[in-house]
Design a protein around this ligand. Structure first.
Ligand code: ATR
Length: 280
């Protein structure tokens, strides 16, 4: 692409950001439409955070992505938050709309879109087990609770965190949400198991968040991890004939939804996917 005096910037801010795949995906999408934007990643510490936000606002950014550790802190700097961001309690996408700065969270929608596209499951009326109760579980729990699932079981090694998340999800949906420590029985009754913990992530690729003998062949097993693409959990699921869904799709679809919010154009999903898979 040619950079001119008309070129504008979109960015990711976080700390650290060296591992991020967002620049590859977004620049591929921007180039697909030949749009006069470039997407850059900035490593911003907590101390630099306010200055960075004021700088981006002053420089005419149309928006930016936010990642760890700034996803909650950013909310104080915005005019409004969309319902997804306020319910999840974190913002990953900021959009300038009508002279206001609006916070969104595209993770939940990204997960649902990916689940629909790749998992080919209609979660309505189904029982779901979520492994983990942190930020990612909150986004996925929000998305599933708004999709008319019959029951969500939140399984976490720290039960009090599962209880907190369950209470939060139940406050504003009719979904039955249960916190649990041991999810063996819940998995027998579930159609979908989603791993939101970091267990199995590179370099600990042999770790599995549950006993794999608890899985059964009627499950869709979904793992938010995308490095490796086939975690030990997904390998165990495949080996007994269960369907699997890895985290690459969520990564792409959360970015695609952010692209749509900034630019009002349908994101070129396959182009974004190739930008990731070409480099491995
Ligand atoms: P994220 O924002 O990526 O969800 P997080 O908020 O730190 O990250 O949450 C990580 C989740 O993975 C938590 O539920 C954590 O369990 P605790 O609440 O008990 O800390 C879970 N987790 C992380 N490492 C784990 C491990 N080795 N075994 C089981 N659960 C683990």
């Amino acid at each position: 692409m040619q950079i001119t005096s008309q070129t504008k910037t979109i960015a990711l801010i976080g700390h650290p950001i060296a591992h991020s795949r967002s620049p590859e995906m977004h620049n591929a999408a921007l180039q697909y439409y030949n749009l006069p934007y470039v997407y850059l990643a900035y490593d911003i510490s907590i101390e630099q955070f306010s200055d960075a936000i004021n700088g981006m606002k002053a420089l005419g950014f149309i928006g930016w992505n936010v990642t760890i550790p700034h996803k909650v802190r950013i909310m104080e700097h915005l005019d409004e938050c969309a319902v997804d961001a306020s319910e999840i309690g974190a913002v990953n996408t900021v959009v300038r709309q009508d002279q206001k700065w609006i916070g969104y969270n595209t993770d939940g929608m990204g997960y649902l879109r990916s689940l629909k596209e790749e998992g080919k499951i209609d979660v309505k009326g189904k029982r779901v087990v979520i492994l983990g109760a942190g930020g990612a579980a909150r986004a996925v729990g929000y998305a599933l609770a708004t999709s008319a699932v019959e029951q969500i079981v939140v399984a976490n090694r720290t039960l009090s965190k599962a209880e907190q998340l369950a209470k939060h999800l139940e406050k504003w949906t009719k979904t039955d949400v249960r916190p649990i420590y041991d999810c063996k029985q819940a998995i027998q009754e579930a159609a979908l198991v989603v791993n939101t913990t970091s267990v199995g992530m590179h370099p600990h690729v042999n770790d599995c968040p549950i006993d794999p003998t608890w899985l059964h062949e009627d499950l869709l097993v979904s793992d938010l991890i995308y490095e490796p693409r086939q975690t030990a959990l997904l390998q165990a699921a495949s080996s007994i004939g269960a369907k699997t869904h890895n985290g690459l799709g969520m990564l792409i679809h959360q970015a695609a939804y952010a692209f749509e919010l900034w630019l009002g154009k349908q994101a070129p999903i396959e182009r974004m996917r190739s930008a990731l898979t070409e480099r491995g």
